[in-house]
Design a protein around this ligand. Structure first.
Ligand code: MF3
Ligand code: CO
Ligand code: CO
Length: 294
Protein backbone atom coordinates (compact mmCIF):
# COMPACT_ATOMS: atom_id res chain seq x y z
CA UNK A 1 0.00 0.00 0.00
CA UNK A 2 1.02 3.64 -0.60
CA UNK A 3 -0.42 6.87 0.81
CA UNK A 4 -3.22 8.39 -1.28
CA UNK A 5 -4.98 11.75 -1.16
CA UNK A 6 -6.97 12.39 2.02
CA UNK A 7 -10.09 14.55 1.66
CA UNK A 8 -10.87 17.31 4.20
CA UNK A 9 -12.49 16.34 7.51
CA UNK A 10 -16.26 16.09 7.06
CA UNK A 11 -18.38 18.51 9.10
CA UNK A 12 -20.54 17.26 11.99
CA UNK A 13 -23.87 19.08 12.48
CA UNK A 14 -23.95 21.30 15.60
CA UNK A 15 -26.87 19.21 16.94
CA UNK A 16 -24.62 16.12 17.42
CA UNK A 17 -23.02 15.93 20.90
CA UNK A 18 -19.23 15.75 20.64
CA UNK A 19 -16.64 13.89 22.72
CA UNK A 20 -14.34 16.11 24.80
CA UNK A 21 -11.43 15.85 22.33
CA UNK A 22 -13.39 17.29 19.39
CA UNK A 23 -12.13 20.78 18.51
CA UNK A 24 -15.58 22.32 18.99
CA UNK A 25 -16.63 20.33 22.11
CA UNK A 26 -18.30 22.26 24.94
CA UNK A 27 -16.13 22.94 28.01
CA UNK A 28 -18.48 20.92 30.21
CA UNK A 29 -19.92 17.54 29.25
CA UNK A 30 -22.65 15.89 31.34
CA UNK A 31 -21.37 12.96 33.43
CA UNK A 32 -22.77 9.45 32.78
CA UNK A 33 -24.38 7.99 35.95
CA UNK A 34 -22.62 4.63 36.65
CA UNK A 35 -25.94 2.78 36.79
CA UNK A 36 -26.70 3.96 33.24
CA UNK A 37 -23.33 3.01 31.75
CA UNK A 38 -24.13 -0.57 30.67
CA UNK A 39 -27.43 0.38 28.98
CA UNK A 40 -25.83 3.30 27.17
CA UNK A 41 -23.03 1.00 26.02
CA UNK A 42 -25.63 -1.47 24.71
CA UNK A 43 -27.06 1.30 22.56
CA UNK A 44 -23.65 2.54 21.35
CA UNK A 45 -22.61 -1.04 20.58
CA UNK A 46 -25.72 -1.82 18.55
CA UNK A 47 -25.38 1.43 16.61
CA UNK A 48 -21.70 0.68 15.84
CA UNK A 49 -22.85 -2.66 14.44
CA UNK A 50 -25.55 -0.99 12.31
CA UNK A 51 -22.97 1.43 10.90
CA UNK A 52 -20.54 -1.38 10.09
CA UNK A 53 -23.28 -3.33 8.30
CA UNK A 54 -24.05 -0.25 6.22
CA UNK A 55 -20.36 0.04 5.28
CA UNK A 56 -20.30 -3.68 4.41
CA UNK A 57 -23.01 -3.04 1.80
CA UNK A 58 -20.74 -0.50 0.11
CA UNK A 59 -17.59 -2.67 -0.06
CA UNK A 60 -16.81 -3.76 -3.65
CA UNK A 61 -13.95 -3.48 -6.13
CA UNK A 62 -13.66 0.14 -7.31
CA UNK A 63 -15.00 1.86 -4.19
CA UNK A 64 -12.53 4.22 -2.49
CA UNK A 65 -11.86 4.07 1.24
CA UNK A 66 -12.86 7.76 1.26
CA UNK A 67 -16.33 6.70 0.09
CA UNK A 68 -16.50 4.13 2.93
CA UNK A 69 -15.52 6.97 5.29
CA UNK A 70 -18.42 9.04 3.92
CA UNK A 71 -20.85 6.17 4.46
CA UNK A 72 -19.56 5.77 8.04
CA UNK A 73 -19.72 9.49 8.77
CA UNK A 74 -23.28 9.87 7.52
CA UNK A 75 -24.47 6.65 9.17
CA UNK A 76 -23.14 7.82 12.56
CA UNK A 77 -24.79 11.23 12.23
CA UNK A 78 -28.08 9.67 11.06
CA UNK A 79 -28.12 7.82 14.42
CA UNK A 80 -27.41 10.96 16.43
CA UNK A 81 -23.81 9.85 17.02
CA UNK A 82 -20.36 11.33 16.46
CA UNK A 83 -17.76 9.22 14.55
CA UNK A 84 -15.22 8.79 17.36
CA UNK A 85 -12.04 8.62 15.22
CA UNK A 86 -12.63 12.14 13.84
CA UNK A 87 -10.06 14.47 15.50
CA UNK A 88 -9.14 11.80 18.07
CA UNK A 89 -5.47 12.57 18.84
CA UNK A 90 -5.40 14.31 15.46
CA UNK A 91 -6.84 11.45 13.36
CA UNK A 92 -8.27 13.21 10.28
CA UNK A 93 -11.21 11.00 9.24
CA UNK A 94 -14.31 9.25 10.64
CA UNK A 95 -13.32 5.60 10.00
CA UNK A 96 -10.12 3.53 9.99
CA UNK A 97 -9.61 1.54 6.77
CA UNK A 98 -6.68 -0.87 6.83
CA UNK A 99 -5.95 -2.68 3.54
CA UNK A 100 -3.82 -5.82 3.06
CA UNK A 101 -0.53 -5.39 5.00
CA UNK A 102 -1.86 -2.52 7.12
CA UNK A 103 -2.33 -3.76 10.70
CA UNK A 104 -4.61 -0.91 11.84
CA UNK A 105 -5.30 2.87 11.81
CA UNK A 106 -5.27 3.24 8.02
CA UNK A 107 -6.58 6.64 6.91
CA UNK A 108 -9.33 6.60 4.24
CA UNK A 109 -8.09 8.10 0.96
CA UNK A 110 -8.77 8.19 -2.78
CA UNK A 111 -7.40 4.72 -3.55
CA UNK A 112 -10.03 2.43 -5.05
CA UNK A 113 -10.22 -1.05 -3.55
CA UNK A 114 -8.99 -3.72 -5.94
CA UNK A 115 -10.34 -7.18 -6.58
CA UNK A 116 -8.35 -9.44 -4.23
CA UNK A 117 -7.79 -6.87 -1.45
CA UNK A 118 -8.78 -7.41 2.16
CA UNK A 119 -9.92 -4.30 4.05
CA UNK A 120 -10.62 -3.82 7.72
CA UNK A 121 -13.21 -1.15 8.54
CA UNK A 122 -13.04 -0.01 12.17
CA UNK A 123 -16.11 1.94 13.33
CA UNK A 124 -16.41 3.74 16.63
CA UNK A 125 -19.48 5.81 17.48
CA UNK A 126 -19.86 8.24 20.42
CA UNK A 127 -23.49 8.49 21.46
CA UNK A 128 -25.16 9.31 24.80
CA UNK A 129 -21.72 10.02 26.26
CA UNK A 130 -20.14 6.63 25.52
CA UNK A 131 -18.20 4.90 22.73
CA UNK A 132 -19.05 1.62 20.92
CA UNK A 133 -16.07 0.14 19.01
CA UNK A 134 -16.37 -2.56 16.34
CA UNK A 135 -14.49 -3.76 13.26
CA UNK A 136 -14.45 -6.47 10.65
CA UNK A 137 -12.18 -7.38 7.76
CA UNK A 138 -13.93 -7.71 4.40
CA UNK A 139 -12.77 -9.57 1.33
CA UNK A 140 -13.01 -7.52 -1.87
CA UNK A 141 -14.08 -9.64 -4.84
CA UNK A 142 -11.95 -12.74 -5.32
CA UNK A 143 -9.36 -13.21 -2.57
CA UNK A 144 -6.90 -16.12 -2.70
CA UNK A 145 -7.35 -19.14 -0.43
CA UNK A 146 -4.78 -18.17 2.22
CA UNK A 147 -6.23 -14.64 2.42
CA UNK A 148 -9.72 -16.03 3.01
CA UNK A 149 -8.31 -18.40 5.64
CA UNK A 150 -6.60 -15.46 7.34
CA UNK A 151 -9.89 -13.57 7.60
CA UNK A 152 -11.83 -16.65 8.73
CA UNK A 153 -9.27 -17.67 11.39
CA UNK A 154 -9.03 -14.11 12.73
CA UNK A 155 -12.80 -14.04 13.24
CA UNK A 156 -12.70 -17.47 14.93
CA UNK A 157 -9.79 -16.39 17.15
CA UNK A 158 -11.71 -13.31 18.27
CA UNK A 159 -14.68 -15.51 19.26
CA UNK A 160 -12.36 -17.87 21.19
CA UNK A 161 -11.14 -14.82 23.09
CA UNK A 162 -14.69 -13.62 23.77
CA UNK A 163 -15.68 -17.08 25.03
CA UNK A 164 -12.95 -16.86 27.69
CA UNK A 165 -14.64 -13.81 29.28
CA UNK A 166 -16.36 -14.47 32.60
CA UNK A 167 -16.00 -13.16 36.16
CA UNK A 168 -13.00 -14.77 37.82
CA UNK A 169 -11.13 -15.42 34.57
CA UNK A 170 -7.95 -13.42 34.01
CA UNK A 171 -7.15 -11.06 31.17
CA UNK A 172 -4.43 -13.45 29.94
CA UNK A 173 -7.02 -16.18 29.36
CA UNK A 174 -8.35 -14.09 26.46
CA UNK A 175 -4.98 -13.72 24.74
CA UNK A 176 -4.09 -17.34 25.34
CA UNK A 177 -7.26 -18.54 23.58
CA UNK A 178 -6.67 -16.22 20.63
CA UNK A 179 -2.98 -17.05 20.24
CA UNK A 180 -3.51 -20.82 20.48
CA UNK A 181 -6.06 -20.74 17.65
CA UNK A 182 -4.13 -18.37 15.35
CA UNK A 183 -0.78 -20.10 15.72
CA UNK A 184 -2.30 -23.56 15.19
CA UNK A 185 -3.23 -22.34 11.69
CA UNK A 186 0.26 -20.93 11.04
CA UNK A 187 -0.65 -17.28 11.63
CA UNK A 188 0.95 -14.65 13.89
CA UNK A 189 -0.51 -12.43 16.63
CA UNK A 190 0.35 -8.72 16.63
CA UNK A 191 1.81 -7.57 19.98
CA UNK A 192 2.06 -3.81 19.31
CA UNK A 193 -1.68 -3.08 19.54
CA UNK A 194 -4.07 -4.43 22.15
CA UNK A 195 -7.72 -4.34 23.15
CA UNK A 196 -8.72 -1.69 25.67
CA UNK A 197 -11.18 -0.62 28.29
CA UNK A 198 -13.92 1.58 26.82
CA UNK A 199 -16.93 3.58 28.02
CA UNK A 200 -17.07 7.34 28.46
CA UNK A 201 -13.47 7.25 27.21
CA UNK A 202 -12.42 5.76 23.86
CA UNK A 203 -9.34 4.01 25.29
CA UNK A 204 -8.77 3.28 28.97
CA UNK A 205 -7.52 0.49 31.27
CA UNK A 206 -7.38 -2.49 31.13
CA UNK A 207 -5.11 -3.40 28.20
CA UNK A 208 -6.18 -6.66 26.58
CA UNK A 209 -3.22 -8.41 24.85
CA UNK A 210 -4.23 -10.86 22.13
CA UNK A 211 -1.32 -13.21 23.00
CA UNK A 212 -0.51 -14.94 26.27
CA UNK A 213 1.09 -12.37 28.57
CA UNK A 214 1.60 -13.81 32.07
CA UNK A 215 1.69 -10.28 33.48
CA UNK A 216 -1.88 -9.60 32.22
CA UNK A 217 -3.17 -11.34 35.35
CA UNK A 218 -5.98 -8.93 36.27
CA UNK A 219 -9.07 -10.85 37.37
CA UNK A 220 -12.19 -9.97 35.33
CA UNK A 221 -15.12 -8.57 37.30
CA UNK A 222 -18.76 -8.16 36.33
CA UNK A 223 -19.40 -4.68 34.93
CA UNK A 224 -16.02 -4.30 33.21
CA UNK A 225 -16.23 -3.05 29.62
CA UNK A 226 -13.48 -3.62 27.05
CA UNK A 227 -12.74 -4.50 23.46
CA UNK A 228 -11.26 -7.68 22.02
CA UNK A 229 -9.72 -6.88 18.64
CA UNK A 230 -7.03 -9.34 17.53
CA UNK A 231 -4.80 -8.41 14.60
CA UNK A 232 -3.60 -11.65 12.98
CA UNK A 233 -0.85 -11.85 10.36
CA UNK A 234 -0.07 -14.13 7.47
CA UNK A 235 3.69 -13.75 8.10
CA UNK A 236 5.65 -11.81 10.72
CA UNK A 237 3.63 -10.29 13.54
CA UNK A 238 6.19 -7.49 13.90
CA UNK A 239 5.20 -3.88 13.34
CA UNK A 240 6.98 -2.08 10.49
CA UNK A 241 7.64 1.66 10.29
CA UNK A 242 4.54 3.83 10.88
CA UNK A 243 3.81 5.92 7.78
CA UNK A 244 4.67 9.65 7.74
CA UNK A 245 0.96 10.33 8.38
CA UNK A 246 1.68 9.23 11.96
CA UNK A 247 -1.05 6.56 11.96
CA UNK A 248 -0.89 3.90 9.26
CA UNK A 249 0.73 0.80 10.81
CA UNK A 250 2.06 -1.84 8.37
CA UNK A 251 3.50 -5.28 9.09
CA UNK A 252 7.30 -5.36 9.01
CA UNK A 253 7.45 -7.97 6.23
CA UNK A 254 4.58 -6.57 4.17
CA UNK A 255 2.44 -9.66 4.66
CA UNK A 256 -1.31 -9.30 5.11
CA UNK A 257 -3.08 -8.70 8.39
CA UNK A 258 -6.76 -9.18 9.32
CA UNK A 259 -8.66 -7.92 12.36
CA UNK A 260 -12.06 -8.29 14.02
CA UNK A 261 -13.30 -6.35 17.05
CA UNK A 262 -16.23 -6.45 19.44
CA UNK A 263 -16.99 -4.41 22.56
CA UNK A 264 -17.91 -6.73 25.45
CA UNK A 265 -19.32 -6.43 28.95
CA UNK A 266 -18.42 -8.85 31.73
CA UNK A 267 -21.73 -10.04 33.24
CA UNK A 268 -22.31 -11.98 36.50
CA UNK A 269 -22.56 -15.22 34.49
CA UNK A 270 -20.17 -14.62 31.59
CA UNK A 271 -20.23 -11.88 29.00
CA UNK A 272 -22.43 -9.88 26.69
CA UNK A 273 -21.26 -8.85 23.21
CA UNK A 274 -22.53 -5.30 22.81
CA UNK A 275 -21.63 -4.71 19.15
CA UNK A 276 -24.31 -6.97 17.67
CA UNK A 277 -27.89 -6.44 16.56
CA UNK A 278 -30.59 -7.87 18.89
CA UNK A 279 -31.41 -10.40 16.14
CA UNK A 280 -27.76 -11.55 16.09
CA UNK A 281 -27.44 -12.26 19.79
CA UNK A 282 -27.69 -16.02 19.31
CA UNK A 283 -25.97 -16.69 16.00
CA UNK A 284 -23.56 -13.89 15.18
CA UNK A 285 -22.97 -13.85 11.43
CA UNK A 286 -20.10 -11.57 10.53
CA UNK A 287 -20.62 -8.71 8.10
CA UNK A 288 -17.58 -10.19 6.35
CA UNK A 289 -19.60 -13.29 5.61
CA UNK A 290 -22.40 -11.13 4.16
CA UNK A 291 -19.81 -9.71 1.76
CA UNK A 292 -18.53 -13.19 0.92
CA UNK A 293 -22.07 -14.38 0.13
CA UNK A 294 -22.92 -11.77 -2.45
N1 MF3 B 1 -11.08 1.99 16.74
C1 MF3 B 1 -9.68 1.84 17.03
C2 MF3 B 1 -9.59 0.82 18.14
O1 MF3 B 1 -10.13 -0.23 17.98
C3 MF3 B 1 -9.01 3.11 17.42
C4 MF3 B 1 -8.91 4.08 16.33
S1 MF3 B 1 -8.11 5.48 16.91
C5 MF3 B 1 -8.13 6.47 15.53
O2 MF3 B 1 -9.09 1.01 19.21
F1 MF3 B 1 -7.74 7.61 15.94
F2 MF3 B 1 -7.30 5.93 14.65
F3 MF3 B 1 -9.31 6.50 15.05
CO1 CO C 1 -10.81 -0.70 19.88
CO1 CO D 1 -11.85 -0.11 16.84
Amino acid sequence: MRPGRVSPARPVPASIPRPPYAPDAPALIAAVPPEELADRMRVAGRLAREVLLEIAEAVRPGVTSDELDRVCHEACIARGGYPSPLHYKGFPKSLCTSVNEIICHGIPDDRALLDGDIVDCDVTIFVNGVHGDHNETFVVGNVDERGRELVQVTNEAMWKGIEAVRPGARVYDIGRAIQTHAEAQGFGVVRSFVGHGIGTEFHTAPSIPHYYDPYADTVLEAGTLFTIEPMITEGSYELGRIWPDGWTAPTRDGSRCAQFEHTVLVTPTGHEVLTLLPSEERSPLSAASYVLQR
